[in-house]
Every structure is written in C-alpha cells, then in structure tokens.
Design a protein around this ligand. Structure first.
Ligand code: NDP
Length: 315
C-alpha cells in the first residue's frame, strides 16, 4: 500500500515542495494539514499535485482545539499514519508587540512549538499502530536556533534561559511572552521556537524510539530565501535576502531542492537513524549535523517537555 504522510503548513514554501516531491513518487498519499483550506487546494493544483495523491485537512496550530479536532478528524478518515512532518511556522521579525494564540500563548512559540507538540503527542499512538516498513516523525529545525553556527550568532540569539516565561504561560500578563522571561522580540521568539522543535525531537527519541521503532529526526534544509516565511519582513530585506544568500553566504537552496531534502528524510530507506539533525553539504549529500549546546541539552529538553505538557493540557 501507499504510505500516508501528514505535512503541516503544506500550503506554501517547504511544505508544499515536500508534498509535491512525495506525491510524485506515487508511493505516498499526502495529507496537507493547513489553516487555509482553499489556499492549500489551490496551491496543490497550481504546483501540479495529482488529486489522487493528496487531500487537504484543516489544521490551525494556533488553536489547541483545532489541533485536537484535527487528530479526531484524521482518525475518522480511517487512514493509517506512517509519517508526520511538523513543518508549519510563523516568523514575525518586525512585530513591535506580541500577538497570541487562541489559548493566549505568544504566537511564534505557540504555533511553531506548542501546537506541534500537542499534535505530535496526540498522533504518536497512530504512528505506533502503523504497519508500514518504517515510520517517522520529523520536526523541521533551523540553523538560526543553533548558536554554534555563524547564522545562529546573528543577534538576537536564541536562548531559552530557565524557561520561566514558558512556565508562566507565555501570555504577557502573569508572565513574559518570551520563553526566557525577557522583553518581546519577534525574531528571537522564532529562533527560540526552533530550539524547542529540535529539543522536542530529541526528547521524543529518548522516550519513545526504542519502545516504538519510530524514527524521530529534525533537519535544516538550507536557506530557502524565497518562501513566505519572510513575508513579514521589511521590503528591502525581502529584495536583498535571496541574492545575499545565493552569492555571499552560498547557503541558498531552491524550494524544490529543499522539498526533495525533506522528502528524503521522510522516505529514504537509508535515513532511518533516530535522534538525528540532518543537514546537506555543498554536493547535496546528507550528513548528521551537530546541534548547539543549548539545542542538545538533555536536561533542558526534559524540562521543556514537562512544561509544554502542562500548557497544552496533557499533564
Ligand atoms: P512559509 O511561510 O512558506 O510556510 C509556512 C507554512 O506554515 C504556511 O503553509 C503557513 O500557512 C503555515 N502556517 C503558519 N501558521 C500556521 C498555523 N497557525 N496553522 C497551520 N499552518 C500554519 O515558510 P517556509 O516554507 O520557509 O517554512 C517552513 C519550515 O521551514 C518552517 O518550520 C521554518 O522554520 C523552516 N525553515 C525555513 C527556512 C527558510 O529559509 N525559509 C530555513 C530553515 C528552516 P499559510 O499558507 O496559510 O500562511
């Protein structure tokens, strides 16, 4: 049978390119889990994804109710779940004031981390039940959260501190809207959320890999300077960022190339190692990359897991 893969945020950028790459193989049915149903359907059509190989299901990660509803609806569809890709993200680098999810969490961490944390926890049982030859849970990471890299050292740097803001509910009322308890900074909130994504992947690996055989992995697909992720940035940045990445840092990858990298992490029989953060070298070969000290801190990962469980109502 075909594999079934859920991809969050598949209505544009990396998620859409990955959906196309997997659907084209004819071996996968892609469930595009998107907040804007119509946009997702149009995007799939415009990029030429065959209707037989994909379906769209509504998911708004900025609402925990929507996440729970998605998990129920998915189960009701009767499809087995063989791979889950947590890809969607918001990036608000120019926001002066924080905005919030339905439950009142700062939007970037609320969407990118907490929404995905609940989704992945709810769908873990479904992944366990899959009889597919391999089953995978992939959480998209980023170089920007890794302070052991040049890109990760551009201020404001990621730093979760002692998680006091997160533990306080990240709501800007009883607590700071930032994980470390500091003042709101949209660019930092995004980077912090990506550190959470990478820590969560490793904690899943430690808790569940042996017992379930599920492969847990993360990746940095390269700098896809043309996606919608930068839509909130100032126009001059949007104009100069792609050529800067292409010709100066040479970290640029096209959406298509990045999509084939993520598709590889989902489906390549050789990439079954769990607990890995994948990156690609200049020849487009995958390798196991090193995470920064904070993004590989097992103590912090455990604490993040426990605090997040409380916030999303699992503990
Ligand atoms: P895009 O902005 O193109 O895609 C983000 C997707 O997330 C969109 O489909 C968007 O939906 C969706 N999304 C946002 N908020 C929600 C929500 N509340 N519920 C459901 N879906 C939501 O960005 P990219 O493709 O660049 O980003 C994809 C991933 O790649 C992210 O995890 C990002 O961190 C990561 N990444 C990107 C890099 C880059 O250089 N671009 C580099 C490294 C990592 P909608 O279409 O409705 O807006």
């Amino acid at each position: 049978r075909k594999g079934n893969v859920v991809i969050t945020g598949a209505s544009s950028g990396l998620g859409l390119a990955t959906a196309k790459a997997l659907a084209e193989t004819g071996e996968w049915h892609v469930i595009m889990a998107c907040r804007n149903f119509l946009k997702a359907e149009k995007a799939a059509k415009s990029i030429g994804i065959n209707k037989e190989n994909c379906s769209v299901m509504h998911l708004d990660l900025a609402s925990l109710e929507s996440v729970r509803q998605f998990a129920d609806n998915f189960r009701r569809s009767g499809r087995p779940l063989d791979a889950l890709v947590c890809n969607a993200a918001v990036y608000l680098p120019t926001a002066k004031e924080p905005t919030y999810t339905a439950q009142g969490f700062e939007l970037s961490v609320g969407t990118n981390h907490l929404g995905h944390f609940l989704l992945a926890r709810l769908l873990l049982d479904d992944l366990k039940k899959s009889d597919y030859p391999y089953k995978r849970l992939i959480i998209v990471g980023s170089i920007t959260g890794n302070t052991n890299t040049l890109a990760g050292n551009v201020p404001p740097k990621a730093n979760l501190g002692d998680l006091r803001g997160l533990a306080g509910g990240l709501n800007g009322i009883q607590s700071s809207p930032m994980i470390d308890g500091g003042d709101f900074d949209g660019a930092k909130a995004y980077k912090d959320s990506k550190v959470c994504n990478m820590l969560t992947m490793q904690e899943f690996h430690r808790r569940y890999h042996e017992e379930t055989g599920i492969t847990f992995a993360s990746l940095y697909p390269g700098c896809i300077a043309t996606t919608g992720l930068f839509r909130e940035h100032i126009p001059l940045f949007r104009l100069l960022f792609p050529p800067f990445q292409k010709y100066i840092t040479k970290g640029y990858v096209s959406e298509e190339e990045a999509g084939s990298r993520l598709a590889q992490v989902v489906s390549d029989p050789n990439l079954t190692k769990s607990g890995v953060y994948w990156s690609w070298n200049k020849g487009s070969e995958s390798f196991e990359n090193q995470l920064s000290k904070e993004a590989s801190d097992a103590e912090k990962a455990k604490k993040l897991w426990e605090v997040s469980e409380k916030l999303v109502g699992l503990a």
